[in-house]
Design a protein around this ligand. Sequence first.
Ligand SMILES: [Zn+2]
Length: 133
Amino acid sequence: MPLHLPPPLAAALWAHAAREWPRECVGALGGWVQGERFEARTLYPLSNVAAAPERDYVADPGEFLRALRAMEAEDLSLVGLYHSHPRGPGSPSASDTRLAAYPVPYLIADVTRRRLSAYLLPSGEPVEMIGER
Ligand SMILES: [Zn+2]
């Protein structure tokens, strides 16, 4: 199922990745499922509280909960989670796959190639991205 990420949200995601570099950024996307696709409408940057944020990400649990509540208040639901790989690659790491817990696309921003990819995890199935280029 494809994910539609409007260009302003993609721009906000890249700005977040640039702000956090050389650390990984992490955030959530709110929106809805429309027919056969995920529609993203809001972006929530979260703090990366991983012990080694240069090569790992853990979203601040309190901030994540507040983001989910903000979505709920606007009748939105979680439609994606993003993080950056400051030095690539654009594919999920072993821990990205192991720690994935939500049935939504996981977006990975490969900062070296400025390329955004999305996957369902843990299966690793690629998710087509619409509107980010
Ligand atoms: Zn990763």
